[in-house]
Write a protein that binds this ligand. Sequence first.
Ligand SMILES: Cc1cc2nc3c(=O)[nH]c(=O)nc-3n(C[C@H](O)[C@H](O)[C@H](O)COP(=O)(O)O)c2cc1C
Length: 197
Amino acid sequence: MTKTIKILGVGSSLREGSSSTAMLKIALDFVKKHGAETRLLDLKQTNLPLYDPNENQSGLELRKVEEDVKWADAFILATPDYHGSMSGTMKNFLDYFWSEFAGKTFGYICASHEKGLTVMDQMRTAVRQCYGWSLPYGISVNGQDDLENGKIMNQVLKPRLEMLTRDLVVYGNLIRQQFVTDIDSDLSDTFAAHYRK
Ligand SMILES: Cc1cc2nc3c(=O)[nH]c(=O)nc-3n(C[C@H](O)[C@H](O)[C@H](O)COP(=O)(O)O)c2cc1C
């Protein structure tokens, strides 16, 4: 039986009128059409301190971010292309988590004047280190050419986003459910066994 998948969108641009966050909001609307529950974590609106492993970091905003991450079955990460890399804001968000990403699927959006492929690969690398799964393709958006007033003007981009959001709901659900099933089992020959409490 298919469960309702919970998808957290993470926006990481601090720019007013951000293209990556605009595209993320459209993507969250699309996944809803496939029956997903959604939440938006816009890091521009969130005071997430620089991750410091020496400190026992706390605070209401961090607690809320942790709650959102644990709630999610799958993620859409959206970032600007900064020097071929993800934003520092996104990297800082990722640094806070590890086991919370295991067995969850990630889709990627990058606002770039190029294609943002290295940017998405870097996010994939960080997610893979945490035993998260990634969709093998992502969405690259060029704000000037592709968006107007928060709507997609590029008719090639729209079906691509429809494909990504559909795939995230379907594959994200399959992977999450199998991971949870494996944790609940007594199988030892699965990576999920490492996350059994
Ligand atoms: C510090 C900095 C570095 C950037 N580096 C690149 C880059 O390497 N390649 C690129 O295509 N765009 C680069 N850009 C442009 C941004 O990726 C582009 O403006 C993007 O649309 C910003 O995303 P946002 O609208 O979500 O903030 C850079 C912008 C800044 C501020």
